[in-house]
Design a protein around this ligand. Structure first.
Ligand code: FES
Ligand code: FES
Length: 161
């Protein structure tokens, strides 16, 4: 791809960035715009730590040439923090001990948000499937799945525990 200027909206804010021929969305978000919730775990699509939402769809920003999303709306964890729902999700992560080192947590929360946006009442299998691309080296996954189940129950008006 050719270098040039790309216009994107990140967490509601319009941005213009000068790109090289192989600049990724991850690179722009982390290094140009300081959205450090976008982690660099593997740089090759294998861990999910760089997950963001682009025009409503979950994307791995390390595999996304930024030129490909010219004109798009991008949401990172920092953008999700502006809503009440992510705050409630963070609370569930705390209650269920779903984060230890925390490196995978931003990508997990972005992926969970994308899941709940398309399916407000996912089963345990659907939650596990939605998070299959997000690697966690600390928790063993069960606490993360339980945190999602708990917020789903809360959203449905059922006792979360
Ligand atoms: S850094 Fe993008 S999937 Fe690992
Ligand atoms: S909490 Fe450490 S990698 Fe997930």
């Amino acid at each position: 791809m050719a270098s040039g200027i790309v216009s994107i909206k990140v967490n509601g804010r319009a941005e213009e960035v000068v790109t090289g021929a192989v600049t990724t969305l991850q690179d722009v978000l982390r290094n140009n715009l300081d959205y450090t919730s976008v982690k660099d775990g593997c740089s090759q699509g294998g861990c999910g730590a760089c997950s963001v939402i682009v025009d409503g769809e979950l994307r791995l920003s390390c595999l996304t040439p930024v030129q490909e999303v010219d004109g798009s709306e991008v949401v990172t964890l920092e953008g999700l923090n502006l809503s009440n729902s992510i705050t409630a999700l963070q609370q569930k992560f705390i209650e269920k001990y779903a984060a230890q080192c925390g490196f995978c947590t931003p990508g997990m929360m972005v992926a969970i948000t994308a899941l709940l946006d398309r399916n407000a009442n996912p089963s345990r299998d659907e939650i596990a499937e939605a998070l299959a691309g997000n690697i966690c080296r600390c928790t063993g996954y069960l606490p993360i799945i339980e945190a999602v189940e708990s917020i789903v129950a809360e959203m449905a008006g059922i006792a979360g525990d």
